[in-house]
Design a protein around this ligand. Structure first.
Ligand code: NAP
Length: 283
């Protein structure tokens, strides 16, 4: 078994982004990211802080807009409209989920698709579907980078994705398909899940259930990618995969923490760089 080191791969991506950012600066362009956070959810605060830190590492301009938990939809919409027009801002990200009285969908639809560095806008989702895109959704794109880091060719492999969310499972399946894997998407209504996962050369778990994937569900020699971020019975951070018991069956496996998590932010940096190039006619 070999461990896939998400921290190391993520660092490489950020270094490449920084180099390209330095080149852009010589042309008078500094990539800019605006991050909007509404309310004081502790997990969201951590994610936003990490995004600001990554912007600093890459040499980007970044602005955080921290809005009160009782912010109205119209105030939030007005901020997005302002950022859509702001030339210093190339990427806009609104940390989800929003407080219950606000509409995630309205926010996603309001961000200009060319500044939608999360790739959640229907225009960008459609572009991914047809394989003609500017931005890839950060977590699935990060997973593909980790798979590439193994040196294994995805073509012709049987890939199984557990989970069908719009932000992870569905786009994940699409990216694997673009690279010629034979892909199966599974979910909570899938019958006899184990019989499907046991056939997978590449197994991606995006479920949100601690240690759900057990050794008997995994094919010998599989690549196992764990997207899950959960707390175990002792409150310790863990993935969707029962790492200790699964690891020896795999050719490659991602740990939690230190696997997919760091990649998501690096891919956000890459998307922001791409957005800056696009908006300045440099692609
Ligand atoms: P989600 O929207 O809750 O989707 C979970 C998916 O898992 C659903 O499609 C659900 O099926 C499926 N599922 C639930 N129970 C199942 C079961 N018993 N058997 C088979 N499938 C089952 O979650 P998400 O946003 O995709 O996130 C998934 C996990 O990844 C979470 O732990 C989240 O924290 C983590 N995550 C990590 C990152 C990162 O950067 N590392 C980024 C995003 C998410 P149904 O559709 O039938 O309900």
């Amino acid at each position: 078994m070999a461990l896939i080191d998400g921290k190391a791969v993520s660092l490489q991506v950020k270094q490449q982004v920084k180099q390209e950012c330095d080149k852009l600066k010589t042309k008078g362009v500094t990539p800019g990211l605006a991050v909007i956070i509404v309310g004081d959810d502790p997990a969201s605060q951590v994610y936003v802080r990490n995004k600001e830190k990554a912007c600093e590492e890459c040499g980007f301009y970044s602005v955080k807009y921290a809005l009160d938990a009782d912010t109205t939809q119209s105030k939030l919409n007005a901020l997005i409209d302002k950022l859509n027009k702001d030339e210093k801002i190339n990427g806009i990200l609104c940390q989800l989920p929003l407080p219950k009285h606000l509409d995630d969908k309205e926010v996603i639809n309001r961000i200009d698709p060319i500044k939608d560095v999360d790739a959640f806008h229907p225009v960008n989702v459609g572009a991914i579907m047809i394989g003609d895109y500017n931005f890839l959704p950060c977590t699935p794109a990060g997973v593909m980078e980790l798979i590439h880091s193994t040196g294994v060719d995805v073509t012709g492999k049987k890939a199984v994705v557990i989970g069908r969310s719009n932000i992870v499972g569905k786009p994940m399946a699409m990216l694997l398909l673009h690279e010629n894997a034979t892909v199966e998407i599974t979910h909570s209504k899938t019958l006899d899940l184990k019989s499907i996962t046991k056939e997978a050369d590449i197994l991606v778990a995006a479920i949100g259930r601690a240690k759900f994937v057990t050794a008997d569900m995994v094919k010998n020699g599989a690549i196992v990618i764990d997207v899950g971020m959960n707390r175990d019975e002792n409150g310790k951070l863990c993935g969707d995969v029962d790492f200790e018991n699964v690891k020896d069956k795999c050719s490659f496996i991602t740990p939690v923490p230190g696997g997919v998590g760091p990649m998501t932010i690096s891919m956000l940096m890459r998307n922001t760089l791409t957005a800056a190039k696009l908006q300045n006619g440099l692609i």
